[in-house]
Design a protein around this ligand. Structure first.
Ligand SMILES: C[S@@+](CC[C@H](N)C(=O)[O-])C[C@H]1O[C@@H](n2cnc3c(N)ncnc32)[C@H](O)[C@@H]1O
Length: 200
């Protein structure tokens, strides 16, 4: 019987352009850790089209089971059950060994100290030379890249002061401090970016 599944239209819209990049970026077999999996639409789409990798979804304990229905319905052998991981206070040592990482639309939802914890945790967990792909909207030198992003940022900050679109200068400095070097910055549809960080 078809279960009601949580659904994100944004995921449906952005999964194909993101996959186009991931196919080039995650060429080697290995385990890819996803932070903040959400509905699981990305996880099943990427696992289905990257059969040489094992996809490891994780999310905040409050949302960790949100992806279950999509994962169960997909019947894929290369996607693991979701693990609860809160990036700031969670136990990163419970995760399997990983070879790469991916996260979408999380940096503007997390508080800055959680973004810092995500980078620190990944820098610790990733082997040397491995990459972390971070998708979402970002600003440059304090300037948003579109009017839509100005409005989105304002709506986030109005909802909760700890949220907001992150600036590339801050992220690059964080990457430098944690041992993740920004290697690529791809423009994506709808004023989003795909940032590729490499563990140095
Ligand atoms: C806007 S949703 C994005 C979901 C999905 N990646 C997507 O692109 O649709 C933000 C996600 O970040 C997760 N998240 C927020 N704070 C977190 C934290 N401190 N640790 C782990 N995940 C967190 C939320 O649970 C949620 O699943």
């Amino acid at each position: 019987m078809q279960k009601d599944k949580p659904f994100s239209q944004a995921c449906e819209n952005n999964k194909a352009p993101i996959l186009e990049k991931l196919v080039e970026l995650f060429k080697q077999p290995g385990t890819i850790l996803e932070i903040g999996t959400g509905t699981g639409q990305h996880a099943v789409h990427f696992a289905a089209h990257l059969p040489h990798v094992v996809w490891q979804p994780t999310d905040h304990p409050q949302n960790a089971q949100l992806s279950r229905a999509w994962i169960d319905d997909a019947h894929l052998t290369n996607i693991n059950p979701p693990i609860a991981l809160e990036v700031l206070n969670g136990d990163w040592s419970r995760l399997p060994a990983i070879d790469g990482a991916f996260s979408a639309n999380t940096a503007h939802i997390m508080a800055w100290k959680e973004v810092q914890a995500m980078f620190r945790g990944l820098a610790e967990a990733l082997p040397k030379g491995a990459i972390f792909c971070l998708y979402g909207p970002f600003s440059y030198g304090g300037r948003h890249t579109s009017e839509n992003n100005v409005r989105f940022d304002l709506s986030l900050r109005t909802q909760a002061p700890h949220m907001g679109i992150r600036d590339m200068e801050d992220l690059e400095a964080l990457g430098e401090a944690t041992g993740l070097k920004l290697e690529k910055d791809f423009g994506m549809p709808a004023n989003n970016r795909l940032l590729v960080w490499r563990k140095s």
